[in-house]
Design a protein around this ligand. Structure first.
Ligand SMILES: *Cc1c(COP(=O)(O)O)cnc(C)c1O
Length: 416
């Protein structure tokens, strides 16, 4: 698009609020930093669920340096990946509830690598492959019975819909290796998200490598691809910088040399996954103050972006409180920051430090590029989705908005 100001306040005047601004140059920088923190030859799968916006995805695929591959979990994300230029062979399809319809669509589109979350999921994948007359590579997703001592968030060790319990692999190996239409190509482990602390991240990823080596023994076949998960961290709706991992590369190399001595020759290929680290710091949410009120001595600042626009995951306690910035920083005061929805759950921060705000003021919420619109309650209470603007190289790249419409199929009298 033509040159126009990419100042958030100017864009807000032009396109209205609430408004997301994504800087694709920052996405490129995150991609560079992540590949730079990893050993040579590692693959990076971008988790589309963090933000499937086509211009962010293109910034992860196109241009200089190693490109990210795509980790998707639905036909909607498949369409987004194809729109951004990915082809089937760049895609890893994951998720605990893959249906026959979506599997057939994915296989039909050329996707040839799937993560299998159980023996029955593996069979479902195989059915779709056989129906298409092909054989697909499957990574067995493993739910490790153990985690490293230093992890805080864990998705492992407990009963879960994700992955095959590690302690059962030895007993089911024969069945896992014999599913028609599938070839067990490797393992997929994903045990943590958002590990701010480098020691914790390294502890968990090297533990994952150990677990994977033990499971390779249990399976009795060599791995071709090992996806060790991720956990790369960036602040979420708070001020701050993406985490840096200066020691990660050498620690991973040492662990791989020990457990997979052929890895430098590509056996197995190694991969990690990341959503938030790649997308998070590219985004700023710009909102406008609709009203300010006092209730029983407490101040409430009501903005036009609530959990419908940002923070569908706030119910999981992952978001609160956000930090808010204005162009002219001055005094702050304690107030609750709330959205416009008719539910007491529409709170972005309870009695937090806020600038002194009045109706009409614009506020910015930083580091909002991941888990924004598409992980929010977009439909709740029927407000329009936010405008999303991608900028890069000092220019507006695209302006878009997700539309939600109900489509009717009327039954005519006499229809079956
Ligand atoms: C959500 C998810 C990711 C991305 O997590 P981030 O914390 O955003 O990096 C990666 N892999 C899997 C399997 C996931 O479910």
């Amino acid at each position: 698009m033509s040159s126009q100001s990419i100042e958030p306040a100017e864009l807000a005047r032009q396109y209205g609020t609430p408004l997301y601004v994504y800087d694709v140059d920052r996405v490129r920088a995150a991609r560079r930093d992540l590949f730079g923190a990893l050993p040579e030859g590692f693959e990076v799968f971008y988790a589309f669920k963090a933000n499937p916006h086509v211009d962010l995805v293109r910034a992860l695929r196109d241009g200089e340096g190693p490109a990210c591959k795509a980790e998707i979990s639905s036909t909607g994300e498949l369409a987004a990946a194809l729109e951004a230029g990915y082809v089937g062979s760049d895609i890893l399809y994951t998720g605990p509830g893959k249906t026959q319809e979506e599997l057939r669509e994915a296989v039909g589109t050329g996707v040839r690598t799937f993560s299998a979350e159980s023996l029955s999921d593996l069979r479902h994948i195989g059915e779709a492959a056989v129906a298409h007359g092909t054989v697909v590579d499957c990574l067995l997703r493993i739910n490790s019975a153990t985690a490293s001592a230093s992890t805080s968030i864990r998705m492992t060790g407990a009963p879960t819909q994700f992955g095959i319990d590690s302690e059962t692999v030895a007993d089911t190996a024969a069945e896992l290796l014999e599913v028609p239409g599938t070839s067990v190509a490797g393992l997929h482990l994903f045990s943590q998200s958002n590990a701010r602390d480098e020691e914790a991240l390294i502890g968990e990823l090297t533990h994952t490598i150990e677990v994977a080596a033990a499971i390779q023994e249990d399976l009795g076949v060599p791995l071709r691809l090992l996806d060790i998960g991720g956990g790369f961290s960036v602040p979420y709706a708070q001020h701050g910088e993406r985490a840096q991992y200066p020691k990660l590369r050498s620690e991973l190399e040492a662990s791989l040399d020990l457990h997979f001595p052929q890895w430098r020759e590509g056996t197995p290929r190694l991969a990690v996954e990341s959503g938030r680290y790649l997308a998070g710091d590219s985004g700023t949410l710009v909102a406008q103050v609709s009203n300010v009120k006092i209730s029983r001595g407490k101040k409430f600042v009501i903005i036009d972006a609530g959990i419908n626009t940002f923070g569908g995951m706030s119910g999981l306690g992952r978001l609160l409180p956000v930090s808010v910035h204005v162009d002219a920083e001055g005094e702050t005061e304690k107030a609750s920051l709330v959205g416009p929805l008719c539910t007491p759950g529409d709170v972005l921060g309870r009695q937090i430090d806020l600038p002194v705000l009045a109706p009409g003021d614009l506020v910015r919420i930083p580091n909002a590029g991941a888990y924004g619109p598409t992980s929010s309650l977009l439909m709740f209470l029927g407000r329009p989705a936010p405008v999303e603007i991608a900028v890069g190289n000092g220019e507006v790249v695209s302006v878009s908005r997700i539309e939600h419409v109900r489509t009717y199929r009327h039954q005519e009298p006499g229809d079956e």
